[in-house]
Design a protein around this ligand. Structure first.
Ligand code: G6P
Length: 609
């Protein structure tokens, strides 16, 4: 989704804006632009396509100045084009602004403005905000912004540069992320933390209907009534390199290679490793709360939803709790009758996914207690949930989620252990033996990563596949869903996940000579059953790759290739098995020449519903 940056200070603004936009590029965009106050006027440069196009223009026609705003646009209203790119100005050129979000009542506002003599140049909803602001502006930027905020409906994060006050950047938001921070050389605003990490690690998250005014030496905050307010500063301890690609060709590969660390860091937050004990104070429920707990509902989108699918199985098996799971965007339409004793768990890497936020708010309004599993401190979901179980994956830049998924299933598993213990479904011995085994997972993952050439070789033979079917039973079906999503989103190969037993009820009709089937067999007690399913596709011409939890004699003779993983307890094996699936998707996408980190049509952070 769109990315916003802004800077006012003592340094040249343009390189800082471009640097920030490059860091935000992972969010997905199709055009980019900047506006800088050059001492006598606000000068804009914008261009369709990649950031390098804008940089090329800036090389030919540079702009120098100490305050400015920048934007990467992911088109919603109006095609990607020069005209529709941000920044947008009002007709009298009193201000320019950049915007993230969607203005739902833009058409009626536009009609009103046209009737009052405004001439529009773009098809965007954003220009309506610029024109409206220019229309109501009578010399007081704050009061004009507050008026406009009351008139517009929908979601917005706005960074605005006024001709009359060009060393200040005015920022306002509602239902769209925005973070501000002050560094040694000036003040910054961005849609996400990594864009300002090079300048400051002390940041403040904007809340709905607040305004921030950035000046070179400080930031002032106002509430929706224009009253001055204080806001907390949060220290972010991600380092700058964590959000940079370093020597890796792609962020995705870097992030897969970071999985052992992401796993260990997350584990150590919740488990005292010296005595293999869960840290009870890290979980937001005491024994009384757990007694009252009747059901868990899980929601999320994309990979976070798939983590929830695994969570459902952990909670059912380890804590003996009934669990419902739903895609966040569907949750609101399901007509739920919530019962007393329900707990909602929302899962989101970014903490900014609009559908997840909307579902969470709906549940909160109905009095449901919400716990978030989230990777970003200070994000909307982390702020609004009743409690948060953080994942410690560090910044994730590639659109395809990898290390965040591993960290999410780790937190879900540990939470299920904690609840299972308090509910008497697990004894202390079982918990500590699982934790003991879990602590070895990073070493197993590292070994898999070290041996990744084998996967690369397999991908070099299979990248021309037109369809890939991932099959599994039990936990492996959940894993298959995530494996299929990884492959399709970055390699554009059609891939589907099926419960292995369900294939013969329809999908098997698609199997033909040479179809690639990946069978996940980490659940040993189900291996004989899945061996039969593998045979069903093999006799119809499929090539079968099998991922097994240790040596499985049932499987060996039935497939074309086996990747045997370190033998682990069945419930833990998916922590390792997901890694070769991510690597397979990665190498298939590389072989096909795809844009691995920024796949077509996708955005890392989907901030519109
Ligand atoms: C987008 C991303 C996915 C991600 C999903 C949920 O679709 O492309 O990688 O899984 O959003 O994101 P969240 O930040 O809520 O986990």
């Amino acid at each position: 989704m769109c990315g916003i940056v802004g800077y006012t200070g003592y340094k040249d603004a343009t390189p800082i804006l471009i640097d920030g936009l490059e860091t935000l590029a992972y969010r997905g965009y199709d055009s980019a632009g900047v506006a800088v106050w050059n001492g006598s006027g606000i000068v804009m440069r914008k261009e369709k396509g990649q950031l390098k196009n804008l940089e090329e223009i800036l090389r030919k026609e540079p702009i120098f100045g100490n305050s400015g705003i920048g934007h990467t646009r992911w088109a919603t209203h109006g095609e990607p084009s020069y005209i529709n790119s941000h920044p947008h100005a009002d007709v009298q050129q009193k201000l320019v602004l950049v915007h993230n979000g969607i203005i739902e009542n833009y058409l009626s506002l536009k009609t009103m403005l046209v009737n009052n003599g405004c001439r529009f140049v773009s098809d965007t909803d954003t220009e309506v905000v610029a024109q409206l602001l220019g229309y109501v502006y009578k010399g007081d930027p704050l009061s004009a912004i507050l008026t406009v905020m009351r008139m517009i409906e929908g979601s917005f994060a706005l960074a605005i540069l006024f001709m009359d006050d060009p060393h200040s950047i005015y920022c306002a938001c509602k239902d769209s992320p925005m973070v501000v921070g002050i560094g040694e050389d000036g003040a910054h605003v961005a849609s996400d933390i990594p864009a300002m990490l090079a300048y400051t690690r002390d940041v403040t998250f904007m809340s709905d209907m607040q305004v921030a005014v950035l000046r070179p030496n400080g930031i002032s905050f106002y509430n929706e009534f224009g009253q001055s307010i204080n806001k907390a500063v949060i220290h972010i301890d991600w380092d700058i390199d964590a959000a940079k690609k370093g020597t890796y060709e792609h962020y995705m590969m870097k992030e897969i290679c970071e999985e052992p660390v992401a796993f260990r860091k997350t584990l150590e937050q919740y488990v005292s490793v010296k005595d293999m004990r869960l840290k009870s104070d890290c979980f937001p429920w005491n024994a009384d709360d757990v007694d009252k707990l009747k059901r868990i509902r899980i929601i999320g989108c994309g990979t976070a939803y798939h983590a929830g699918v695994m969570g459902k199985k952990y909670f059912s098996e380890l804590a003996k709790l009934p669990v419902e799971i739903e895609i966040a965007s569907e949750f609101r339409y399901s007509g739920h009758c919530f019962e007393e004793g329900e707990q909602l768990i929302v899962i989101s890497q970014s903490g900014e996914t609009a559908d997840t936020i909307a579902a969470m708010r709906m549940a909160k309004q109905r009095g449901i207690n919400v716990t978030a599993i989230c990777n970003v401190i200070g994000s909307t979901i982390a702020r609004e949930a009743d409690s948060v179980l953080f994942t410690y994956a560090g910044p994730e830049i590639a659109v395809a989620a990898t290390k965040s998924y591993l960290a999410q299933i780790t937190v879900l598993f540990l939470t299920a252990l904690y609840l299972g213990k308090l509910r008497g479904a697990l004894d202390a011995k079982k918990v500590s033996s699982l934790l003991e085994e879990l602590s070895k997972v990073p070493t197993h993952i590292q070994n898999l990563i070290n041996e990744r050439e084998r996967i690369q070789f397999f991908a070099s033979k299979s990248f021309a596949s037109k369809h890939v079917f991932f099959i599994g039973r039990g936990l492996d079906y959940g894993l298959a869903m995530e494996a299929a999503l990884k492959l399709k989103e970055i390699s554009y190969i059609h891939s589907e996940a099926y419960a292995a037993g369900e294939l013969k009820h329809g999908t098997i009709a698609l199997i033909e000579d040479g179809s690639l089937v990946v069978a996940l067999v980490t659940q040993r007690h189900l291996s004989a059953k899945i061996a039969s399913n593998i045979e069903e596709v093999r006799v119809r011409g499929a090539n079968v790759l099998c991922i097994t939890n240790g040596y499985l004699p049932d499987i060996e003779g039935h497939c074309n290739e086996v990747w045997q993983l370190e033998s682990l307890s069945e419930i833990l094996s998916p922590f390792c098995a997901i890694v070769p699936m991510q690597l397979l998707a990665y190498y298939m996408a590389v072989q096909r020449g795809c844009s691995v980190d920024k796949p077509r049509n996708l955005a890392k952070s989907v901030t519109v519903e």
